[in-house]
Design a protein around this ligand. Structure first.
Ligand SMILES: [Zn+2]
Ligand SMILES: [Zn+2]
Ligand SMILES: [Zn+2]
Length: 121
């Protein structure tokens, strides 16, 4: 755990445990996995873990989803059934971005690919 103000409270441990059970969960799904933690606390905890770089907030067009930010990967989203799968090979070369490092320092990026999964085609 990085960062100054981080304390491993039981609530935070419960939220982290819920996150580790499945990637790309909505706030409601995370809450359902740790019903002992209040919704506002879950929300604040996700916010804090996001600031600490432990959790990534995602948006696939149907509201916020959360995942543990352990590795760099990208997402394929089925527009028909909403299924989300991941791929790790990063096709994005930062050197090819039309951005001068003098005017913008790149920290991270995300890439979502939308289409239809095999089951929906
Ligand atoms: Zn599908
Ligand atoms: Zn993911
Ligand atoms: Zn990438």
């Amino acid at each position: 755990m990085r960062g100054g103000g981080y304390k491993a409270t039981p609530q935070r441990a419960a939220v982290l445990r819920a996150l580790s059970e499945e990637q790309h969960q909505s706030l409601e799904e995370i809450r359902a996995r740790c019903p002992e933690v209040g919704l506002v606390t879950v929300y604040r905890t996700l916010d804090l873990l996001g600031e600490l770089g432990i959790v990534r907030r995602l948006d696939f067009g149907d509201g916020a989803r959360y995942e543990l930010a352990q590795d760099h990967h990208h997402h394929m989203i089925c527009e028909s059934c909403g299924d989300v799968s991941e791929f790790e090979e990063c096709p994005l070369d930062p050197q090819l971005l039309p951005i001068q490092s003098s005017e913008f320092e790149v920290r991270s990026h995300s890439l979502e690919v939308y289409g239809r999964c095999a089951g929906c085609r």
